[in-house]
Design a binder for this molecule. Structure first.
Ligand code: PRP
Ligand code: ZN
Length: 297
């Protein structure tokens, strides 16, 4: 294959991950011109293009080198690694992306008196994830039939083609609608950035490294808050002890007031009203909590 000089990222064409994945890439400074067939999106500015595909196809496209990276559910990535032949190159989960959270779970009919995994022995379990389910059954020493279905897994028990299912659960709405009850969680999943285990040695490798740095910044600032407050020398220690985790705060002198400081602290998560009230009680004044727009360490 001719080496490419542009990076190619595979992502879901239409589904739950599409919008948040595009937004994340935009925040990393990537924007795309949608082509008419909407399969290939040419990147404007940076030499990074998008391939919009079915999410099940993403790991294979990376393994074959058609794409350099992919945004895909951990469930899809792991299932591929368990079921693809050995000739497929090994893939890595490079970064968890913090959206598209769901779990792969076993669910049984509501009326079944389920207590422990052993009860699944001898039953038929419908799933689109035979690899992950098979691995879990082996780990628990359970012999059960795995009925592999491409979709509509949740209706299998009602149709009589299976006794239980193993499927993705997000809100739980699908299970309730089908009178099923979640009993075992096999995998906590979310969208991840997937790629080959080794970076390409050409300039695409450098581009991936750059993208990973931006991505880390974006993921970090999404959670970060900048806390600003005014304190006197006497209350400084008490206030510092109450600050939500993060790097050491910075102190700035207040002009004309030798005893006063502006304190600036980067907090690794939300700062709640309750935390603010505590800090104020310890003697802080003029408090601000600001979202962080960009960060480059
Ligand atoms: C998944 C899964 C369930 C549903 C669960 O399907 O297979 O059907 O979501 O979500 P809930 O707990 O919020 O109801 P998806 O919508 O991704 O479509 P697909 O099964 O056709 O891929
Ligand atoms: Zn479904």
């Amino acid at each position: 294959m001719k080496p490419r000089d542009r990076l190619r990222i595979a992502m879901q064409k239409s589904g739950r991950l599409t919008e948040p994945a595009l937004e994340l890439l935009n925040r990393c400074g990537l924007s795309f011109r949608q082509s008419r067939d909407k399969l290939f999106c040419f990147g404007e500015g940076e030499p990074v293009d998008l391939l919009l595909v079915r999410d099940d196809d993403i790991p294979g496209l990376i393994a074959q080198g058609v794409c350099d990276l992919g945004i895909v559910g951990r469930n899809v990535l792991q299932e591929y690694q368990l079921t693809a032949g050995l000739e497929a190159g090994p893939l890595s989960e490079w970064r968890p992306l913090g959206f598209g959270r769901c779990r792969l779970s076993i669910a049984v009919p509501q009326e079944l008196d389920y207590r422990e995994p052993k009860q699944l022995a001898g039953s038929r379990i419908a799933t689109s994830y035979p690899g992950l389910l098979g691995q879990w059954l082996r780990e628990h020493g359970i012999e059960a039939g795995v009925v592999t279905l491409a979709g509509s897994v949740e209706i299998a028990p009602r149709l009589g083609t299976a006794d239980a299912i193993c499927d993705l659960v997000q809100s739980g709405g699908t299970l309730v609608a089908n009178q099923l009850r979640e009993t075992e969680i096999l995998l906590e999943s979310e969208a991840v950035l997937a790629g080959p285990q080794m970076l390409p040695t050409d300039e695409r490798g450098d581009m991936i490294e750059l993208l990973l740095k931006r991505l880390d910044g974006v993921i970090q600032v999404r959670e970060s808050r900048l806390l600003l407050l005014q304190t006197s020398r006497g209350t400084l220690d008490a206030i510092t002890r109450l600050l939500p985790g993060g790097p050491q705060p910075t102190l700035l002198p207040v002009a004309g007031q030798p005893d006063q400081f502006m304190l600036q602290a980067l907090c690794a998560g939300e700062v709640s009203w309750r935390q603010l009230e505590e800090i104020k009680k310890a003697g802080a004044r003029e408090m601000f909590v600001l979202p962080v727009e960009k960060m480059l360490a």
